[in-house]
Design a binder for this molecule. Structure first.
Ligand code: THU
Length: 130
């Protein structure tokens, strides 16, 4: 998991966060072994911005990935930061078993899972007809 955190730390350097100054880096490892990074990309029209986690996810899906093992999310806050609800939901589409590392550039880290962050998630199976 250390490699994934390191990838997220490096990616975070490219975060585009001129409005919040809150820079986030993410690194998502697919079952293929490939790692996809993401950063938050803000916009002058504020709601148009996107979080680091979703940037990584859409990049991976665009490359043909559908199965994911782990994600690391890095901020420079004193304590690790937690992904927003929209990112949790987007990630849950591909499985709540995802391992999640919430880390800081200073070395703090919390290991959890998407299932713990989004219990009883609404997912593809929720749409199954009775
Ligand atoms: N942000 C992320 O990229 N990931 C998170 O998990 C939480 C928030 C971004 C969105 C926005 O650009 C900035 O952090 C402040 O909310």
């Amino acid at each position: 998991m250390k490699d994934l955190v390191e990838s997220a730390i490096q990616a975070r350097e490219h975060a585009y966060a001129p409005y919040s100054q809150f820079r986030v880096g993410a690194a998502l490892r697919a079952a293929s072994g490939r790692v996809y990074v993401g950063v938050n990309v803000e916009n002058a029209a504020y709601p148009a911005g996107i979080c680091a986690e979703r940037t990584a996810l859409v990049s991976a899906v665009a490359a043909g990935e559908r199965q994911f093992e782990a994600i690391a999310i890095v901020t420079d806050t004193p304590e690790p930061s937690s992904p927003c609800g929209v990112c949790r939901q987007m990630l849950a589409e591909f499985g709540v078993g995802l391992k999640v590392t919430l880390a800081t550039v200073h070395g703090a880290a919390i290991e959890t899972t998407l299932d713990a962050l989004l219990p009883r998630a609404f997912g593809p199976e929720s749409l199954a007809r009775r």
